[in-house]
Design a binder for this molecule. Sequence first.
Ligand code: TYD
Ligand code: MG
Length: 472
Amino acid sequence: MARSTLGFVCQACGALHPKWAGKCDECGAWNTLVEEAAAPPTGGAARRVGKGRVFPLEGLASEEKEPPRRVTGVEEFDRVAGGGLVPGSALLIGGDPGVGKSTLLLQVVASYASRGGRAVYISGEEAPAQLRMRANRMGLSGSPLQLGSATGVEDILATLSGASPPGVLVIDSIQTIWTQSLDAPPGTIGQLRTATQDLVRYAKGSGTTLLLVGHVTKEGQIAGPKAVEHLVDAVLYFEGERAHQFRILRAVKNRFGATDEIGVFEMTGAGLAEVPNPSALFLGDRSGLAPGTAVFAGIEGTRPLLVEIQALVAPTSFGSARRAVVGWDSGRLSMILAVLDARAGLGIASQDVYLNVAGGLKVSEPAADLAAAAALISSLTGQPVPGDCVVFGEISLSGDVRLANQGELRLKEAAKLGFKSAIVPAGTKVDGTNLELKPVADVRDLAAILGLERNEKRKKVIHFTKGEANHE
Ligand code: TYD
Ligand code: MG
């Protein structure tokens, strides 16, 4: 095959450079330029330049009914996908190696096949015997799923062209797939892009739903990140700490559904188990009341989710104060600390502060501010936040507490799990729960509820030592 124009493609960002260089001008990455042949023009041989074909333009209104979604039966997965898989669409499932992507997809398509659909699982990483062993262990051996082991796009498309197209096709993983039409090695951006394009074209033409597995690089991006993400209809990330058994499936792009939805799974000895009520899981055992913890009544997508936020405030032993945050934004923590100092005079910012979201969950809602502040104040004073109390609300730079969306849904979930009271933004309306509401208008109200005397004049920075409540 004749080489078309050559270029040097950055393997980190996909930028094309005419000449080799040590550093990519676009993204600043070092040593990432690889010589690749440019993708051949689609449609085969030499590109004909001539008069274009006239195609009809259409209106929005249509007689056609939306095709029914393909429900796989793994509810957590279906919900994140937007209520089932759309025929002819392509989804990319990204995640760290070993997080459980293959396990998840094997379960999803086996479930789809058991419900009567045709599902094909092509692995470029494992032989069918290995997959069969894994499926056996997961109790899926009765499913009429079809397995294959291949890495060539042409082989895969030839294999699928004969029979009626499958409803769902899994390609595990895109990094192992390559096409003969490019003479770049598998795994390079050019290969990734061309192979994905070919598979997506097949999916659109045949109505098959394509599920692509993509490994994430050390930097947390799907290798050749933007190169593939824009080719697919949805990008789902499967994440979780190796040390925890929880795994979270999160939509980061979805043309057919919401992107704030999460699916929660638990890794067990026999594959992934769905967790329909994640609040109970993330709260864990809360019998021993310790200062420095607060339960945040959050919302993930359409679902309420209660999580414990843990804080530790300790006197700084060396010059500058240390900050460590797991599961929350560190910039947000700095902001809350500054607001607590400036508006409630707590003198907390000069101390070492550690903050952790329990269970390995990542919280990104601004409504978590108040819960984080409650945990911080509680650790500072040594007085626990009442164990039967949930907290939510957004803190503004002025120290005011803002209303959070879907307050009622959050409170209902808390009531369902046996909580008795809630610290909420002033003005939160609620019917139908018998929680005792403790409204707060600003961070000083919060400090007062947690046992610090409300003192408008308190502006001077005062220092508390941990474990010693100071009501001065
Ligand atoms: P895998 O799906 O192979 O990860 P990926 O495809 O994302 O690279 O999952 C591998 C991990 O999952 C492995 O470390 C072991 C664990 N695992 C279980 O704990 N239980 C199981 O039933 C299976 C199949 C895997
Ligand atoms: Mg795998």
